[in-house]
Design a protein around this ligand. Structure first.
Ligand SMILES: Cc1cc2nc3c(=O)[nH]c(=O)nc-3n(C[C@H](O)[C@H](O)[C@H](O)COP(=O)(O)OP(=O)(O)OC[C@H]3O[C@@H](n4cnc5c(N)ncnc54)[C@H](O)[C@@H]3O)c2cc1C
Length: 480
């Protein structure tokens, strides 16, 4: 069975939704194919920060900012990798994120901020309210209003090419979608694609799961089959230690993405004392973020389920956790360390510029990953570890009661930077470096060698590149 559209979009996260909406609002027919039962992808897993200049939020605070300064500041995040960046795509990102931010506001999405994040010279980081599902909720509604045909549980398996031009896609169950103008690949990254991670990063990295288990690099692989190239496949945020997700979703994640609620929250965050808001903010910090490496520098232990240390804690412990029983570990501190990590400047986790979470915050908001006992032997018993093994691991290093275990922690990839080489119209480049006619890529799939370090640049790119790829594919369908 074959169905024809002007634009076929693969993937229903930030980039795919933006592409499909733009194509449809340009007057072309558009179908969005999503392999999961729901739209969202990594976008819905994210914290939701987006970095932009020239926003109404900046103006309200009298912050005079511009895309040129944003472009100049970004290499400060990339550090020694800066020479590998794609300067032209970075320019597009910085020039167009103000309009993309306004487009998100016009779609009903609300933000708090901006927060400072050096080396940005001005506060540019905005956080979505009440949580990142708001992006999907509001853009899905806008897509429906525009008349985008959305198909979930529809996994694209390969691209259809004819006479050198991509003409459409075929799904795993054999459906064919013909694209008169173009196919936009917006299928996310390969944080959970063991094959691509083994090839670009290494065998040990391939054992580490992505936070988003369905981010398997399908878009990159389908385009590679046509000669496309993956750039920066070796770069990723991870492996890093993260506390396991709470059994029950926190209130912060369960809040409905209604505009009225988000507007009320934005007002509260501007006007209510920080102390009142702290319990709410803590739910984000203790759910989603990594434990600080400073814990290990100060002497905290990392042990496996058998109570055994498995290497030097300060030497990239996240690389070795996947080899431990159950792929998990526990951070052990004594009373002295516990006191130290209860107040500034020694925090357990942070979202830079937003807030800091200390040990008592974990005791209050994450009792599922907080275990305390008067002796090491009692702590081991509570955790089901052999007491002698934990005592031996601690040696003389941890001496003052009480003893506290934080965990389980596991090792994860948060995002991976390996995206397809694209030109400035988001056309995927083939083996000889020339565009593959009819094929576009956006978001992580179409990252094109762009370096997105610093908070909020990944979502910024997903929205900017998605909107642009959708428009270019729509324009191409007019001439088709
Ligand atoms: C825990 C976490 C926190 C983060 N926090 C931030 C943050 O605060 N700020 C920021 O800028 N970035 C953040 N990121 C990164 C950011 O979320 C991603 O880079 C961004 O959402 C990518 O958007 P995308 O549209 O390219 O991909 P996704 O949002 O992953 O969308 C891709 C979609 O394609 C679908 N798909 C894949 N293969 C197929 C197929 N074969 N057929 C059909 N559909 C398919 C997927 O199911 C998915 O729905 C975070 C990521 C994580 C995991």
């Amino acid at each position: 069975m074959s169905q024809a559209f002007d634009v076929v979009v693969v993937g229903g996260g930030a980039a795919g939704l933006a592409a499909a909406i733009e194509a449809r609002e340009a007057g072309r027919s558009a179908v969005l194919l999503e392999k999961n039962a729901q739209l969202g992808g990594s976008t819905a897993w994210s914290i939701g920060s987006i970095t932009a200049t020239g926003t109404p939020h900046q103006r309200r605070r009298g912050i005079d900012d511009n895309p040129q300064d944003h472009w100049a500041d970004m290499p400060g995040f990339a550090g020694e990798l800066a020479a590998r960046d794609n300067d032209a795509l970075r320019k597009i990102l910085c020039d167009e994120v103000p309009a993309a931010f306004q487009w998100l506001l016009d779609s009903g999405i609300r933000f708090m901020g901006p927060m400072p994040e050096p080396p940005h010279r001005k506060p540019r980081m905005h956080n979505v309210l009440p949580n990142s599902r708001a992006y999907i909720h509001h853009l899905e509604r806008r897509a429906h209003r525009a008349g985008v045909d959305i198909r979930v549980r529809t996994r694209v398996a390969r691209l259809l090419q004819d006479g050198g031009r991509v003409r459409g896609v075929e799904t795993l169950d054999g459906q064919r979608f013909v694209a008169r103008g173009g196919v936009v690949l917006a299928a996310g990254d390969f944080t959970n694609g063991a094959d691509l991670k083994a090839r670009f990063m290494g065998a040990q990295e391939a054992k580490v799961e992505g936070v988003n288990l369905t981010a398997t690099g399908d878009g990159q692989k389908m385009a590679e089959a046509l000669g496309a190239k993956i750039l920066n496949g070796d770069l990723a945020l991870g492996p890093e230690l993260r506390f396991i997700a709470p059994q029950k979703e926190t209130l912060a994640r369960r809040l409905p993405p209604w505009r009225a609620l988000a507007t009320a929250m934005a007002w509260s965050l501007e006007h209510l004392p920080a102390a009142l808001l702290r319990p709410f903010v803590m739910q984000f910090l203790t759910t989603a973020l990594a434990p600080s490496p400073a814990l290990f520098e100060a002497g905290a232990l990392l042990v496996n389920r058998k109570g055994e240390r498995f290497g030097e804690e300060r030497g990239r412990p996240a690389w070795r956790v996947p080899d431990q029983p159950g792929k998990v570990a526990y951070i052990i501190v004594d009373g002295a360390l516990a006191r130290r990590f209860s107040a500034w400047p020694d925090f357990i986790s942070t979202a830079p510029g937003v807030a800091y979470a200390y040990l008592p915050d974990y005791r209050r908001t994450r009792s599922d990953v907080y275990t305390q006992a008067p002796t090491l032997a009692a702590l081991a018993q509570k955790l089901g570890m052999p007491p002698a093994a934990l005592e031996e691991s601690a040696g003389a290093r941890l001496a003052q009661p009480p003893f506290i275990a934080l965990g389980p922690v596991r090792s994860v990839f948060v995002h991976a930077e390996g995206g397809l080489a694209v030109d400035e119209q988001h056309r995927v480049l083939g083996a000889e470096g020339q565009p593959i006619p009819g094929l576009y890529a956006a978001g992580s799939t179409g990252q094109g060698g762009l370096l997105l370090k610093g908070h909020g640049h990944h979502l910024a790119w997903a929205f900017v590149s998605g909107r642009r790829a959708g428009r270019f594919a729509a324009t191409s369908s007019m001439g088709a």
